[in-house]
Write a protein that binds this ligand. Sequence first.
Ligand code: NAD
Length: 316
Amino acid sequence: MKIVVVGAGAMGSLFGGLLAESGHSVTLVDVNAAHLQAIRAKGLHLQTDEGDRYVQGLRACLPSEATEPPELMLVFTKTLHTATALAGVRHLLHPDTHVLSLQNGLGHVEALSQHVAPDRVLIGVTTWPADLAGPGHVHSHGQGVVRMMAADGRDRPFVAAAAQALKQAGLSSTVDTAVWSAIWEKVAFNAALNSICTATQCTVDQLGALADGQALAFTVVDEVLSVARARGVTVRPEACKDRVADAIAHHIGHKPSMLQDMLAGRRTEIEAINGAVVAAAAAHGIAVPCTQTLLHIVRLMEARLAGTAAPAPSVH
Ligand code: NAD
């Protein structure tokens, strides 16, 4: 399969590297010149439980340098860069190109549908972890899965073929029509842990220092999943809270990506996570006070870092 990965940071490089190793034609498209140069010079340095190696044969280029329309475009930018990234690869979108988002948060079907026909949009979720250790160097330890489906819910042969390609690459991928349940449960997990850790600058385990930390996280989970239910999505609050409790008990010293972004002075994915939940809650007339307060705190922190107290994009 001809595959273009747009946003070849930690996750995009992991997926692109594994897909290239399993024989697919992969182009990594990114705007990080140092990362691209390192991959072109030595190959992609990939460290996983399967070993420490350099993956060769990947093309790595800027958006304007990519020329060949793919069958599958995999979008793995941070959510706040999706629109710009898709605009940058508009010229690669052939009528036969399918676009898949496995990004965290909500709003991806709408963002991708701005650029491709709705029947070419694939949506999913992944539990694989990855970190960028330096230019051209990604590590990912532990196991994960990918669950995906056509965004319109139809049974399409290409979706099965794409899931099979990811599976053959070792990414444990399945077509799953219940994917919205998994997406909302992950949003609930992230809305709780990412935003509380960012607002408090606690690592995940430090939320266990007082009973209040876990209680606040559970309240956010309940709020988010009440919105999911209002949208007709079946969700399992107790299973989600078990995962939150497990993370607080075992993710010692872990800084969620939102906290890492804030500490590095970058904008975060708060709008696609808490922001999207608050907007959906408002549309259904549901109160989500803790999720909303955490959204406002993280927005204020971002505004302070940007050196401006500009008004938030919207007030709910
Ligand atoms: P990352 O920051 O490591 O990678 C994003 C990449 O996008 C960067 O290399 C950046 O240069 C690139 N980019 C930014 N603007 C671009 C543009 N206009 N055109 C092309 N490329 C552009 O992020 P990540 O950790 O790989 O996460 C990607 C997504 O996957 C996020 O939504 C994240 O929440 C989700 N996710 C991450 C993990 C994880 O463990 N890292 C796990 C599951 C889901």
